[in-house]
Write a protein that binds this ligand. Structure first.
Ligand code: SF4
Length: 363
């Protein structure tokens, strides 16, 4: 069963009825009821009445035109940012992770697919025309999984075509899916980075419902690297539990056993973090999950994190594991404080404190 077979109904925004992508998408989703609506509020009303609104939102697709697509990654206030840009092409995700921030952030939003691709193309052309002094990283994995619905949308190859021959712009497609068939059917794009989130298999099975197994992700990464794509990996969120260190060590060993080091563009690390109201929803939706049964501290940005000494120990341990394979200089931290960055990046750069992104990407 493909992930979009869980969809039970399609809503079509009346304003998007004549949009280019609508027919293509509807053809791939035959035999499903289609209802034309005036605005997303009509669907949200229905979603809120469900016993599990988040679960319900993942079974409904809304086809609409997005007003705009590109924005600087908001990161979180007081964090040491990494200069990322986001491209919000889809909203919401058919997978169901117990730690997923979208459960709160996109409350009541059905899986929303943008149908106005020509608008997106124009916005990207304007983006490319802006003056820039550095390599830009931009990705579609902020409010959705970049590849979960690829068989349905073909967004990845659409974007691959636009980013081809745009050497100063790195497009990242970040995923927990294994579906790379479309991208394997085209000549690889040197500035397209395919990246996977990594966690021990036990965490994937208990916390990342519907996603590909660790081995499936690795096998897709191996195939992508062989085809000529550059890769990224995200240890995010790193979860603390008895035996975590051995489990993450096994993931790191497997990663470098399978993937040639030179194919890796970057590796990010980020420990579990969440806004105060997420556990309320997540505990109800995932009663067997124990990730929230831990000591957390409220951080500078209002989110909860493991206490700083524990986070540092976790980062230092994983950096150490990765440094055995010479990839430590490719590591950066996601949503971390300047204090933690300083300790970790000093270690990586052997004494140099960095004020900018830790490594200069080549064009
Ligand atoms: S794959 Fe990402 S976007 Fe999808 S449910 Fe999991 S954390 Fe959320």
């Amino acid at each position: 069963m493909t992930v979009f077979q869980q969809v039970k109904k399609i809503y079509l925004d009346r304003k998007a009825e004549n949009s280019g992508q609508v027919n293509n998408l509807l053809k791939k989703l035959p035999n499903l009821p289609v209802e034309v609506v005036e605005e997303v509020k009509d669907i949200q009303q229905e979603i809120r009445l469900a016993s599990d609104p988040v679960g319900e939102s993942k079974q409904l697709i809304f086809l609409t035109e997005q007003k705009s697509f590109i924005r600087p990654c908001p990161c979180t206030s007081g964090c040491f940012g990494c200069g990322y840009w986001t491209l919000d092409l889809d909203l919401n995700c058919p997978f169901d992770c117990s730690y997923c921030i979208l459960q709160k952030y996109l409350e009541g939003q059905p899986i929303t697919l943008a149908t106005n691709r020509e608008h997106l193309r124009k916005e990207l052309e304007q983006f490319f025309a802006r003056e820039r002094t550095e390599v830009i990283r931009i990705g579609t994995g902020e409010l959705a999984d970049s590849l979960a619905l690829e068989e349905l949308t073909g967004n990845a190859i659409f974007l691959a075509d636009i980013f081809r021959n745009r050497p100063g712009y790195l497009l990242e497609l970040k995923s927990k899916a294994a579906s790379i068939q479309t991208l394997m059917s085209i000549t690889p794009v040197p500035n397209l980075i395919l990246s996977w989130s990594l966690n021990p298999e036990s965490v994937i099975r208990s916390e990342e419902k519907g996603t590909a197994s660790l081995e499936e992700r690795f096998q897709s990464a191996v195939a992508a690297a062989k085809h000529g794509y550059r890769l990224g990996f995200h240890f995010d969120p790193i979860i603390h539990y008895p035996g975590w260190e051995e489990d993450y060590q096994s993931v790191v060993l497997r990663l470098f056993k399978l993937i040639p080091e030179e194919a890796i563009s970057w590796i990010s690390l980020g420990t579990l973090r969440f806004p105060p109201d997420l556990p309320l929803v997540a505990r109800r939706r995932f009663p067997k999950s124990s990730i929230y049964e831990h000591e957390f501290v409220r951080s500078w940005d209002g989110k909860f994190r493991y206490p700083r000494p524990l986070r540092l120990r976790m980062y230092e341990s994983i950096v150490e594991m990765i440094s055995q394979f010479g990839s430590d200089k490719k590591i950066y931290l996601c949503m971390e404080s300047p204090e933690v960055w300083e300790v970790i990046t000093r270690k990586i750069k052997k004494g140099r404190h960095l004020n900018t992104f830790p490594f200069p990407w080549e064009n």
